[in-house]
Ligand binder design. Structure first.
Ligand SMILES: [Mg+2]
Length: 485
């Protein structure tokens, strides 16, 4: 791991897309950005960026990072970030801990999925997915920002060019080989079907010709050897990423590094974007591997990982030296293994990992750990339980000591999401995050605020001064007494 100390950094990072002072400046900036995205039609994209900036009249789309992201990960979801065969979600939990400990505060997480917003939300309820900064949904036809998923209307207007949903629907109805996907997957700029592999090629050829005759510019994408999407030509995962990168460029905030991650046919476009690193996870499908062999075989910035899904993404971070690549979940004992990177995100991740392992009896039942915790927590500190009850933190640690092994052999898991941190004094930080617990079918979340001090009794660490939790709406358990931290 690189020896970096983020403790001195002020972390009120903000990323904004602003309207430049004068529209002319914006045009100059876009012109300077140039036709840099090889193989993609960038001029309409740039024009669309400018239109979108003008239309928004200065509205902030994102408001998180001050400068360029250190790393932007753009990942597909199904069988890339999420391994549906990994029922314990081990790789995903490893990625989550890595991201929140070392990247969340100065990097960007982008999910790019074929899923519509509806079934994306279903996946988020089923799997412990982090909240992305940007969600590109429905095969690059919808771009949404932040937790509240604010739509990028400029992108959608751009996709209206030479597109008619009605004509696509009419023409596709003439193909009995096409079975429409569910209603939720039919979107303004995406019409989706299932089609058998042996019939796909013929259907695609014939349908393309028919739609061209109507003067439409469409793109047909076949994925997972079963799904056929009809999109406007300017859409797709690659074009949506190109559009985002142009926006960053216009704003002078190109990510330092971008890593794209995928497993199937509709991800291929992501790997066509110049100057990005790419990982095809080990379980990538033949259609993507074949595309790679034919189109990008000699690109050293694209690898085929030997690890599946999220583990393959972690592998790529290490392979391309994009930053820390050892997940805190892979460190069994922090007291024995000194981690030289430390920051507030890492502190929070480390504490909750210990807490999970304590309750699962995955660490030794040692009084030393409890004594160490008492050093980490400020002796007169308080913990405001989400029920509203305030307790001395030392009392909470005594309670925790008694819980050793109460979840042993179960699927009890803890993860944190959206860790953000602001330095509010020379040695104090206000840290906010969502703390999740899952156990069997149950899943609960608290919005958590912690006051950390670096006026350390704790060598190379923080003192936890105060902690306050409130339930995420609709997320409280029936029995609140079972929630301890
Ligand atoms: Mg996939």
């Amino acid at each position: 791991m690189k020896n970096q100390n983020y403790k001195d950094q002020t972390l009120q990072a903000k990323l904004k897309f602003r309207v430049p002072e004068r529209a002319k400046d914006a045009e100059a900036a876009a012109a300077a950005a140039g036709q840099s995205l090889l193989g993609l039609e960038t001029t309409p994209v740039i024009n669309s960026v400018l239109d979108s900036l003008r239309e928004k009249g200065g509205e902030l789309i994102m408001d998180r990072l001050d400068g360029s992201a250190r790393l932007m990960i753009v990942s597909d979801l199904d069988f890339t970030m999420v391994d549906h065969l990994d029922l314990d979600n081990l790789a995903l939990f490893r990625f989550n801990a890595l991201w929140e400990a070392y990247y969340r505060q100065d990097s960007l997480l982008v999910f790019s999925s074929g899923r519509s917003p509806t079934i994306y939300k279903q996946l988020r309820n089923q799997k412990p997915l982090l909240t992305p900064d940007i969600a590109i949904m429905s095969v690059g036809t919808e771009i949404m920002y932040g937790e509240s998923m604010i739509r990028d209307e400029g992108w959608e207007q751009y996709l209206n060019q030479n597109w008619s949903r009605e004509i696509v629907t009419e023409e596709t109805a003439k193909f009995p080989e096409l079975t429409p996907q569910s209603e939720t997957e039919q979107r303004p700029h995406k019409v989706s079907f299932f089609v058998e592999k042996i019939k796909a090629l013929k259907v695609i050829r014939s349908l393309s010709e028919r739609l061209e005759k109507h003067g439409l510019d469409v793109k047909l994408i076949y994925s997972n050897e079963t799904a056929l999407d009809v999109l406007p030509k300017g859409a797709g995962k690659g074009q949506a990423l190109a559009y985002l990168l142009e926006k960053f460029k216009v704003d002078g905030k190109m990510p330092v590094n971008t890593l794209v991650c995928g497993d199937s046919g509709n991800d291929a476009e992501l790997f066509s974007i110049p100057e990005v690193y790419g990982v095809m996870v080990s379980n990538a499908q033949e259609e993507l591997l074949q595309w790679h062999a034919e189109n990008a075989k000699n690109n050293p910035n694209i690898i085929h990982a030997t690890e599946r899904c999220a583990a393959g993404i972690i592998q790529a971070i290490g392979n391309f030296s994009l930053g820390p690549n050892v997940s805190p979940r892979d460190i069994r004992d922090f007291q024995k293994c000194k981690v030289e990177i430390f920051n507030t995100g890492h502190e929070v991740v480390k504490f909750y990992l210990f807490y999970e392992r304590w309750r699962c009896a995955e660490v030794a039942n040692s009084e030393d750990y409890i004594q160490n915790l008492k050093l980490v927590f400020f002796p007169l500190g308080t913990f405001v339980h989400p029920s509203g009850v305030e307790q001395p933190v030392s009392h909470c640690i005594d309670l925790m000591a008694k819980l050793y092994g109460d979840k042993q052999g179960t699927d009890y898991r803890i993860w944190v999401d959206r860790v953000s941190s602001a330095q509010i004094g020379s040695d104090t930080w206000l840290v906010k995050f969502h703390k999740w617990e899952s156990f069997g079918e149950e899943r609960h979340c608290c919005l958590t605020t912690v006051l950390l001090s670096s006026k350390a009794k704790v060598l190379d660490g923080f003192t936890w001064v105060h902690m306050h939790q409130t339930w995420l709406e609709g997320s409280e358990p029936k029995d609140q007494a079972n929630w301890f931290f």
